[in-house]
Write a protein that binds this ligand. Structure first.
Ligand code: ADP
Ligand code: ZN
Ligand code: ZN
Length: 749
């Protein structure tokens, strides 16, 4: 009887063998008995012999035919990830699938509801609708261009769901469940039977996709050079598109996508943040109105995600726009990968399979023999170094795309030589007042939410520490709470010092809430909007806020890094960075790199349209090279000095690292585990540096003690060889009461 080797969501680095009666193909999902349970697995191999004794091997319970099998190419990619990130193969494979495909219940694809104008809707004069029905007007205008599904409409506004119901009730819009999707162009070769297990560019000869392409701008010569460089290469190549904010990187992406679509290829566009996708989705849809674009991110419902994933698998989705998890989407006709904001740390998964979607994307591009473009205004030093040593090809956009848009003026204010109002300097407040008078917007950037990062007793010096963590409890004044941002523990704000009974408790430092209240006091009539994780908990709130900002219904924005990324606010002309200094004395060697990128990014928000922008940095070190480089808009100089420092100190990208972490309730066990792991590592006598076992940056979290062990090697290969040799020893170390993880190319320390 044939035997299949199955990947299961089990923390063991093996496949599991089962007999199977009917014919199965590699990549198909099966249900198999495991212990007392039934589990979903993926057939990785079909073989004829097994080491399992004949009386012990069990048969497959059911072969699932509800979804096309995974391609050989995707399975290879997952094998690579499992090996590279030292994560069990079964867990790697299963974690790459949409939730619905991981469940034992077979998936019944629900038809996707689409919408179109009814006859009366088509006859309707939009101008007869009241002006304030903005969303209804938008929906009707969009549907006048052609039918859409719900996901496509949702990109128009946060309130589409409600407004759509109104329009349907009015009889202007009707829903239908006709074809799989609207405007879809399904590749004939992929709908018949099972998809061919093809890797990469299965482009159909002579079949040219016709799509409408909104060619908004004539490219600048730098943009044209970049587009040409990529389109003229065949096969794999990695490009670093280094363009200052506003230089028109997006325009380059659009043209590259257009070229790939013309050849009937699929495009994968990776973006870092989930809260950016609806906006981007909207934008790319408007540029490619009749192209089937799907998004993949964790904000979708399970059904939407499955549907979009299958659209990609069928080759029907021509553009896949997604966050890191979309790097594992099936893309039978993949022709181009773009990773926007490639430096962004959210491309790295911080639990389970700790992969870097950017790095996996590069591997995937080379596997599929297609070009990949990494875009950023502040490339990671890893990528920048690779572009300099010729491993990647550097493409530069050095000027702003719109002739009128000038770079913002950046200046520092010495906080020790000026009047400060709870963390905001008088100069900055005056600049804000000017902006309010001119009906322009200001943005204050502070990387802390809450009112104040700690509460202190003026009598005895007591600080609001968390009783479960090594960190401090943050004061949230609006909610009258002290909250630990590490473990979630919270308390009512005490009236008296828990240590000495003194009633005089003082908030120390500032967070977004405090900045908001200081501003409200100074500018009672100003419309102030706070944007942080607390104020945007609801998925749709942020989108509504963004619409307010666009409509210039906000005078001052106060926000965390959520506000730094990828937003184009035309009325914004002033940016203030309130407390950037803490990164300068951080123990994390990447802190300065991150700060530079963040400030460059927020600075890029100012003055993008025709109004010049200004950036004010409040610091105690106005002459620090980081701030001087920012003032000069000199990424190159800054990167060169950082790289020189890293080289001297022996830090990445000049070395390769892996971090073994352990945490548990019992300190002795944590350290015993890491000490033994360390002893085993040393005994292997590989060409790697084994550091000492040390406490984690946050040594205690939620009553768990945390420690770590760093391994460093001069080459990726040496590190990988070592890790392969080390793994068997790690697997047998007693660690039942511990949470352990191995992090390859770690970003967090
Ligand atoms: P980036 O992504 O590099 O920050 P964008 O792609 O958002 O920059 O472009 C910034 C602005 O310049 C946008 O408003 C865009 O429409 C405009 N733009 C881009 N390319 C051109 C061009 N070739 N000519 C005129 N305007 C352009
Ligand atoms: Zn006290
Ligand atoms: Zn805590």
């Amino acid at each position: 009887m044939p035997i299949v080797r199955v990947a299961l969501d089990i923390p063991l680095s093996t496949l599991f063998d089962y007999t199977v009666g009917e014919g199965v193909t590699v990549g198909q999902r099966v249900i198999v008995p495991f212990g007392k349970r039934q589990m979903v697995g993926v057939v990785m191999e079909c073989v004829t012999t097994t080491d399992v004794a004949p009386e012990r091997i069990k048969p497959v319970t059911q072969v699932l035919h509800d979804s096309a099998p995974l391609s050989a190419g995707l399975l290879d990619l997952l094998r690579f990830c499992s090996d590279y990130y030292r994560y069990p193969i079964g867990q790697t494979v299963l974690s790459a699938l949409p939730t619905r495909l991981r469940s034992e219940k077979p998936v019944i694809s629900k038809p996707v509801l689409s919408f179109r104008l009814s006859a009366s809707g088509a006859a309707l004069d939009l101008e007869s609708l009241p002006k304030r029905k903005v969303v209804q007007r938008r929906i009707l205008a969009r549907l006048a261009e052609g039918a859409c599904n719900l996901a496509q409409l949702k990109a128009l506004s946060a309130t589409v769901g409600v407004q759509l119901k109104v329009l349907v009730a009015e009889g202007w819009v009707e829903s239908f469940t006709g074809a799989k999707n609207v405007n879809v162009f399904v590749r004939p070769e992929f709908i018949e039977g099972h998809m061919e297990a093809s890797t990469g560019s299965a482009l159909t000869d002579g079949f040219v996709s016709k799509h409408t392409f909104d060619n908004a701008h004539t490219l600048t010569s730098e943009q044209q050079l970049a587009v040409d460089a990529v389109t003229q290469t065949s096969g794999y190549a990695c490009f670093l598109l280094h363009g200052i904010t506003g230089s028109g990187k997006t325009e380059v992406y659009v043209h590259l996508m257009h070229e790939a679509l013309k050849k009937n290829g699929q495009v994968l566009l990776l973006v870092p943040e989930i809260n950016l996708t609806p906006q981007l989705e909207n934008y790319f849809r408007s540029r490619f109105p009749d192209v089937n674009l799907v998004s993949l991110h964790s904000g979708l419902s399970e059904n939407e995600r499955l549907h979009n994933w299958q659209q990609a698998q069928l080759g029907a989705a021509q553009i896949v726009l997604g966050t890191r998890l979309s790097v594992f989407a099936e893309l039978p006709a993949l022709a181009l990968i773009i990773a926007d904001e490639e430096h962004d740390a959210s491309f790295k998964q911080q639990d389970g399979l700790r992969y870097s979607a950017r790095d996996v994307a590069i591997f995937r591009a080379s596997q599929a023999k297609v070009p990949i473009v990494l875009g950023s205004a502040t490339p990671s030093l890893e990528s920048y170094c690779n572009a300099q040593n010729g491993r990647y090809r550097m493409l530069k956009l050095t000027g702003r795309a719109q002739a009128a848009a000038r770079l913002p003026v950046v200046r520092s204010i010495n906080i020790n030589q000026t009047v400060m109002h709870h963390g905001i300097s008088e100069n900055l407040l005056r600049e804000i007042a000017l902006r309010i008078a001119r009906r322009e917007q200001s943005l204050l950037f502070i990387n802390r939410r809450g009112y104040a990062p700690v509460l202190m007793c003026t009598g005895c010096g007591w600080l609001s520490g968390c009783k479960h963590c090594a960190g401090k409890m943050v004061l949230h004044l609006n909610e009258q709470r002290l909250r630990c941002h590490h473990c979630g523990y919270q308390l009512r704000v005490p009236k008296h010092c828990p240590s000495c009974g003194n009633g005089d408790l003082l908030p120390v430092g500032s967070g977004t809430q405090r900045v908001e209240s200081v501003l409200q006091e100074r500018f009672p009539d100003a419309r102030i909007l706070r944007v942080d994780r607390d104020s945007t908990r609801n998925k749709r709130t942020w989108q509504i806020m963004r619409e307010q900002i666009y409509a210039n219904e906000v005078d001052i924005l106060v926000g965390t890094q959520m506000l730094a990324k990828g937003h184009d606010f035309p009325a914004l002309t002033l940016v203030g960075a309130l407390n950037p200094d803490s990164a300068l004395y951080s123990s994390d060697f990447r802190a300065a790199e991150k700060l530079f990128a963040q400030l460059m990014q927020v600075a890029g928000r100012a003055g993008r349209a025709d109004k010049p922008g200004e950036v004010i940095i409040q610091t105690a070190f106005p002459d620090h090279p980081l701030f001087l480089a920012l003032q000069a808009h000199d990424f190159e100089g800054w990167a060169a000095s950082q790289l020189a420092e890293r080289k001297m100190a022996g830090f990445p990208p000049f070395v390769y690292q892996a971090m073994l972490r352990a945490e548990g309730r019992n300190e002795t066990e944590v350290y015993a585990f890491l000490d033994q792991a360390r002893a085993q590592a040393v005994a292997l006598q590989h060409d790697v540096e084994v550091f000492g076992v040390v406490p984690a940056a946050l040594p205690r979290r939620a009553n768990h003690l945390r420690a770590q062990l760093l391994i460093q090697a001069a080459t990726r290969k040496a590190l990988q060889q070592f890790l392969r040799a080390w793994q068997p020893a790690l697997d047998v170390l007693p660690a039942t009461k511990l949470r352990c993880s191995l992090d390859i190319d770690p970003l967090e320390f």
